[in-house]
Every structure is written in structure tokens, then in C-alpha cells.
Design a protein around this ligand. Structure first.
Ligand SMILES: [Zn+2]
Ligand SMILES: [Zn+2]
Length: 258
């Protein structure tokens, strides 16, 4: 059974360069970030989340600033988030300044007895958190749905539209392939089988192109290369690293992927 919402997303995602599920996740992140900025900046519960996680991870901190600037042409939301966070960090630093932890690392006697004492928190403990970035959590949830829907669509015995669309894409990256392995259910076994077979074929072609590309360096660096050989390194980067945010260079893919 093909999820109609997913089918629509997939149709758009196969047209862009790089892993289609990376693209869908990036779209979902942008949408979520936009809702944080538009509706939740002054919402107390959201503010508590932001403080608990001490802001966002570096990737999403940049993305929040960029999304707001790009879509709204301003940076009010970003300023409000980080004004509050700056205040929180300042208070914590003030406390640390008043009660500095004794730095014991270089005291040989203390080092000796330390293993018998309860584990001491690091000096920067109050400036760290175990609470993950909210956008990362949301992105993982969105990944979960998209991976399952892809597997379901690829398993549909009465409709090969998902397979047809998937064959037009630049294929899943390594991370999304691993997620597919972990998230396949008995009902989506046929989809996983298709995905594995297709990935093996893609990797075989990639490996062949990389080998020829490398071997040509041995006898003549300027030896003519097919497009598939010439861009093999870039295809490998797309597979191992996934799609980058924003514009992605277009590698020419080998015939087997057209
Ligand atoms: Zn991906
Ligand atoms: Zn994050």
C-alpha cells in the first residue's frame, strides 16, 4: 500500500541530486524550524525545551538562523532564542566563577586517590546537557516514517510506482540504507529485498567506475574517462555522507542508475 502523502514527496525528491530520504528529512526540518520561529518562540513549554537542551546542535543552530533569514528576511526569532540562552549561560558561568571547582588533574596525590572517590562532575558539567536537540529528535521521527513508507511502497505487489520512482533517484545514502535494514517489518520484506538488490547493483557499478578511475591515474592522469568514471568519487561521497543541505553538485551517474 502506497502512502499518498509519501508518494507525493517521493515524486519531488527523486528530481533533486542526492539521497531522496535525506532531501525529505531536510524539508521536514525546514518546516519544523519554521514552525518554531513562527509559533513557538514565546511558548513557555518550547522555551523550557530550548533551555534544557542548551539550544540546538551546531547543524540546526545554523539552519535555524539561515531558514529565518531566508524565509522571513529577518532574525528576530533567532535573536529571542539566543538572548534567553545567553542569559542562562551567563548565570551558570557566574556561578562557576564564584565557586570554581578545584582542578585536580595535575595533583599526583589526588590522582592516586581519585579512583576510590565518587566520580566528580567535570568543571564544565553545568554547561553541558544530555537532552538532545529538538530538531534532531524531530528529524529522527520523520526519518522513521519516511523509511517505513518507502519500504511499504516498494513492497506493494499491485503498484510498482514507488519502484519506478525510486529507480529515477540517486539512491539511498549509507545511513538511510542502514535505517531501512533496521526498520523493515515482515510486511515490507519484499521492499527491503528490492532495496538490497538495487543497492548491490549500484555499489558494484560504483566500485567498477572507481577502480577504472584510479587505474587511469597510474598510466596517464589525463586519460579520457567516461562521465561515470569521472564522477565516481562524488557518487561515493553522496553514498557515504548523504545529501548536503542546499545546493548539491550534480554528479553524472552511471548508465545502470539512469
Ligand atoms: Zn540519506
Ligand atoms: Zn540538531
Amino acid at each position: 500500500m502506497v502512502n499518498p502523502f509519501f508518494a507525493n514527496k517521493l515524486e519531488q525528491a527523486v528530481k533533486v541530486t542526492g539521497c531522496p530520504l535525506c532531501f525529505m528529512r531536510q524539508q521536514a526540518e525546514s518546516k519544523y524550524i519554521h514552525s518554531i520561529i513562527a509559533d513557538h518562540i514565546n511558548d513557555p513549554a518550547s522555551r523550557v525545551h530550548i533551555i534544557n537542551s542548551l539550544g540546538y546542535c551546531p547543524t540546526h543552530t545554523w539552519k535555524i538562523a539561515e531558514v529565518e533569514k531566508k524565509e522571513d528576511g529577518e532574525s528576530l526569532g533567532t535573536s529571542i532564542i539566543y538572548e534567553h540562552l545567553t542569559l542562562v549561560i551567563r548565570e551558570r558561568l557566574e556561578k562557576l566563577k564564584k565557586h570554581p571547582k578545584t582542578l585536580t588533574q595535575n595533583n599526583p596525590l589526588l590522582k592516586q586517590v581519585q579512583k576510590y572517590l565518587p566520580q566528580q562532575a567535570s568543571p564544565s558539567a553545568s554547561l553541558r546537557t544530555e537532552t538532545p536537540c529538538r530538531v534532531c529528535v524531530m528529524a529522527a521521527e520523520s526519518d522513521d516514517s519516511y523509511v517505513r513508507w518507502l519500504l511499504e511502497g516498494l513492497s506493494d505487489p499491485d503498484n510498482d510506482e514507488t519502484r519506478r520512482l525510486y529507480k529515477q533517484s540517486n539512491r539511498l545514502c549509507f545511513d538511510h540504507l542502514r535505517q531501512s535494514l533496521d526498520k523493515a517489518a515482515p510486511a515490507s520484506a519484499a521492499g527491503l529485498e528490492f532495496l538490497l538488490e538495487d543497492s548491490l547493483e549500484m555499489l558494484k557499478a560504483l566500485d567498477g567506475d572507481l577502480r577504472v578511475h584510479i587505474s587511469k591515474y597510474d598510466y596517464d592522469k589525463k586519460a579520457p574517462r567516461t562521465e561515470a568514471e569521472q564522477f565516481s568519487w562524488l557518487r561515493a561521497v553522496y553514498f557515504f555522507a548523504g545529501r548536503r543541505e542546499g545546493e548539491n553538485p550534480k554528479p553524472k551517474f552511471s548508465d545502470s542508475q539512469d
